[in-house]
Design a protein around this ligand. Sequence first.
Ligand code: THU
Length: 138
Amino acid sequence: MDYQGLAARAVEAKQSAYAPYSHFRVGAALLAKSGRIYTGCNVENVSFSATCCAERTAVCKAVSEGEREFTAIAVSGDNNDYLPPCGICRQVLAEFCDLEGFEVVLANSEEDYRVVTLDRLLPGAFTAGNLTPKDSVF
Ligand code: THU
């Protein structure tokens, strides 16, 4: 896994962020199993709840291009403090990923990053299997 390369793409994607309200730019780079990388940035709105996070921008771009399976995402915020994806983005990523295998690269820069798997960020996730009560993890 080229963590550095993915981190670099997330840092670069941050430059396109539209964040006139929070002034907090976020970039993401999503690696599909096909090998293609889809980038995303946060796109804010004056109606704040209409804002789309960088991670979900990347997921929507990729899925709309025909991708369905992903192996990793790098995320980079303006805070240099290993920005973790928000709860909504974790749930959206879980829709298309193997929780134990999918890697989240929290990237402050190309050189400074941490890697965690999605199951650590979203324990006890609600997934398609939970739609039938017998599959409940609790
Ligand atoms: N943001 C993201 O893009 N991804 C996250 O995982 C956390 C939050 C954006 C949304 C908003 O534009 C700004 O960061 C401040 O919350």
